[in-house]
Write a protein that binds this ligand. Structure first.
Ligand SMILES: C[S@@+](CC[C@H](N)C(=O)[O-])C[C@H]1O[C@@H](n2cnc3c(N)ncnc32)[C@H](O)[C@@H]1O
Ligand SMILES: Nc1nc2[nH]cc(C(=O)O)c2c(=O)[nH]1
Ligand code: SF4
Ligand SMILES: [Mg+2]
Length: 239
């Protein structure tokens, strides 16, 4: 039976983006193909998967860090009244074939860095919501940014919004973010997404200047509905 590294399973509300506040089960896969400077999530293999059975209790059952599909299905079924199940990480698309085979208790909400187009094609009919990040050049020192952008556009084309799926774009904004680069990327993907979310970086030395981010929103609104939404779960200490 195939198993995958998972570090957390819990129930909370979505803290980011246009679905902020909806009740979700979260499944956090371990491992990532990127190493973003601002990343708030440990990327190394944990000793356990922490399962919080009672939402908000802070009491965790320690499971094996390697789980099979039925383990994940059973643990997420412990939660009720879910809007969706958030598959996050790390980078969940590294486990695309496994995700396609999951039978989850609510619609699937995928959090992804949008850099793995072949994997995106595998899950495209198995996901209902796509929170797709765009990673900007600042995260790609020394690597080929043109190729990176092509992969990003291909992911958005593959996972684009349709009758069955909502795809939106999240961009973490730091003091290094260049507004012109954001404008260029959004122009390329605007037909594929329902909105853009500018997510000011949290707990990072390169905090965002408010005037700059409001000016960027003003310009983006000429192309696409654009929201500025910080990470809300961290404000009230929710997982
Ligand atoms: C940890 S990532 C996992 C999913 C996927 N690897 C990705 O980057 O989209 C989940 C979300 O948290 C965002 N994020 C990570 N660190 C952050 C920080 N310090 N401030 C704001 N957002 C952050 C990411 O940009 C992404 O939208
Ligand atoms: N409440 C809550 N909302 C979230 N939205 C995206 C998250 C993530 O880490 O992917 C996350 C998370 O870890 N917790
Ligand atoms: S892609 Fe996501 S999980 Fe990976 S390093 Fe960047 S923010 Fe962290
Ligand atoms: Mg997070």
């Amino acid at each position: 039976m195939e198993t995958k590294p998972v570090s957390e399973i819990f129930c909370a509300v979505q803290g980011e983006g246009p679905y902020v506040g909806v009740r979700q089960a979260f499944v956090r896969f371990v491992g990532c193909n990127l190493d973003c400077s601002y990343c708030d999530t440990p990327l190394d293999e944990p000793d356990h998967c922490l399962f919080e059975k009672v939402p908000g209790s802070g009491e965790f059952e320690k499971l094996s860090p390697m789980l099979c599909a039925s383990d994940i299905e059973e643990r997420t079924r412990a939660f009720v009244n879910l809007h969706s199940v958030s598959l996050t990480g790390g980078e969940p698309l590294l486990h695309a074939e496994f995700i396609r085979g999951l039978d989850l208790p609510a619609p699937v909400y995928l959090e992804t860095n949008m850099t793995l187009p072949e994997k995106a094609a595998i899950v495209k009919d198995s996901v209902d919501y796509v929170a797709g990040d765009v990673k900007l050049p600042e995260e790609f020192e020394g690597s080929n940014f043109v190729e990176h952008l092509e992969r990003t556009y291909k992911c958005f084309r593959t996972l684009q919004s349709n009758q069955h799926r909502d795809c939106f774009c999240k961009i973490v904004v730091t003091s290094s973010t260049k507004p012109a680069e954001v404008m260029d990327v959004v122009e390329q993907i605007s037909d594929y997404i329902s909105c853009v979310v500018l997510q000011p970086v949290t707990q990072h030395t390169g905090a965002t200047d408010i005037r700059t981010i409001l000016s960027l929103q003003e310009n983006l609104l000429e192309i696409k509905n654009t929201l500025i939404i910080p990470q809300t779960h961290k404000m009230w200490g929710c997982l």
